[in-house]
Design a protein around this ligand. Structure first.
Ligand code: NIG
Ligand code: ZN
Length: 418
């Protein structure tokens, strides 16, 4: 059967249209994103086959199976690549939200057995199929909001069975949902209560029992740990990273959310793919990042929700450190996976220019999941995953009008996602 073809014409601005995009974009390359004004975009089957200026368009020779979309006054850019989520979970945690409004901190709630442990208790009790159906609905909503590639972590299991259950759910999403999904084993997310007095024994369990089982079933692409006071020390994080490496799992690590404990330096030394959070960022961390291939990932919705400092994205960009920005969607610190809101926060709170923020949310997000050959830009041969906005004045209008739905259509694999 002949493949469906879609031609989108009269596009007001087509962002990140480039054949030679070298991911990740750094420094001034983030600001000076490639774009075409008054452009067309051609799709065949599930991938992009061409684009250019309307004035260079040579007309249509083959009208068979061709759908034409007139994008007059509309902007097109690649779908968001969300490189950090915990979007498989069993329960929402609005009671903790109320406790925080009343004055308790995230740390105090965790010390009382709330936080990650609260989510773990609920997840351990929920069956795999229910978890899958709920996560599928969540992901369906995210795709409609423009997410076209995503990373999903475990970490609400904290027992071998429950961690495996979470990762199997993520793997099932990978098979059944139309966007690229990467999975990360985060057994080292919190210390279960029964290991409170012997945290190293929990790290032993992760390394000696959970990890081999995760690897045996090929459930994860990456390994993660929450390197933070009250969670995992830099030494324990190092053990987890080294153990993951033995199974071919590269590291993507939670660091510097509340405290700098040497985790950034460690991750850079170990060749981690990314260090995520970085609400706290020291000069030493910056120096370590500069001398490494490790990407920085900022999570501004988490800062918004918990009232934390925002990752100093401007500093990272000025130092030519590759920066991706992701949602951190999870029920505790970030109960939203809406990347349009993340786009606004990246501009309003992190003070990134709209083009810098877009680079961080698309091509650099793709790189932070090693998906930059497939998604993240408008390039011939890449997946036809892109957002068509409603008629807008310019790109800046999108993050500026926070809370407004500016999306007209989301294309995934060459088809409108409905
Ligand atoms: N900081 C660690 N993990 C999550 C929060 C998890 C939770 O509170 O459930 C985060 O990235 O923000
Ligand atoms: Zn996280």
């Amino acid at each position: 059967m002949e493949q469906t073809k879609v031609l989108i014409k009269n596009i007001k601005a087509l962002y990140l249209a480039d054949e030679n995009i070298a991911a990740p974009l750094v420094g001034s390359k983030m600001k000076d994103l490639p774009f075409l004004e008054n452009a067309y975009l051609a799709v065949e089957g599930d991938h992009i086959v061409g684009y250019g200026l309307m004035e260079d368009w040579e007309g249509i020779t083959d009208w068979n199976n061709l759908e034409i979309i007139d994008a007059d006054n509309q902007i097109i850019y690649p779908t968001y690549c969300d490189s950090h989520t915990h979007m498989v979970f069993a329960n929402s945690r609005e009671e903790e939200f109320e406790d925080r409004i009343k004055g308790l901190s995230y740390e105090e709630i965790a010390q009382r057995g709330g936080g990650i442990l609260n989510s773990a208790k609920a997840l351990q009790q929920k069956d795999e199929d229910t978890l899958f159906q709920e996560a599928k609905q969540r992901l369906d909503k995210l795709i409609k909001l423009g997410t076209g590639a995503i990373e999903i972590k475990s970490g609400y299991g904290l027992t071998k069975d429950a961690e495996l259950k979470m990762l199997r759910v993520a793997k099932r999403l990978q098979k059944e949902m139309p966007i690229p999904i990467k999975t990360t084993f985060l057994g080292a997310h919190a210390i279960p209560p029964e290991y409170k007095e012997k945290p190293d024994a929990y790290v032993d369990l992760i390394i000696n029992e959970m990890l081999p089982a995760v690897a045996e079933e090929k459930l994860a692409d990456y390994i993660d740990a929450f390197c933070e006071k009250g969670y995992f020390t830099a030494e324990q994080t190092e053990r987890v990273i080294d153990a993951g490496a033995k199974y071919g799992l590269k590291a993507k690590i939670h660091v510097n959310q509340f405290n700098a404990m040497g985790g950034v330096e460690l991750c850079c030394k170990k060749g981690a793919i990314s260090v995520d959070h970085l609400e706290i960022l020291t000069d030493k961390d910056i120096a370590a990042l500069k001398n490494s291939s490790t990407m920085a990932v900022g999570l501004p919705s988490c800062s918004f929700f918990l009232g934390l400092d925002y990752t100093d994205g401007k500093k990272l960009i000025s130092e030519n450190i590759p920066l991706a920005i992701a949602s951190d969607f999870n029920p505790g610190s970030t109960p939203s996976g809406n990347m349009n809101f993340v786009f606004s926060l990246a501009c309003v709170k992190m003070k990134l220019l709209p083009t810098e923020a877009l680079a961080a949310l698309t091509i650099n997000g793709a790189k932070a999941m090693e998906l930059d050959k497939e998604v993240g830009s408008i390039s011939v041969g890449k997946k036809a995953n892109f957002i068509i906005t409603k008629p807008v004045k310019n790109l800046a209008y999108i993050p500026y009008s926070f809370g407004e739905n500016n999306i007209d259509k989301v294309f995934i694999n060459g088809k409108e996602y409905k």
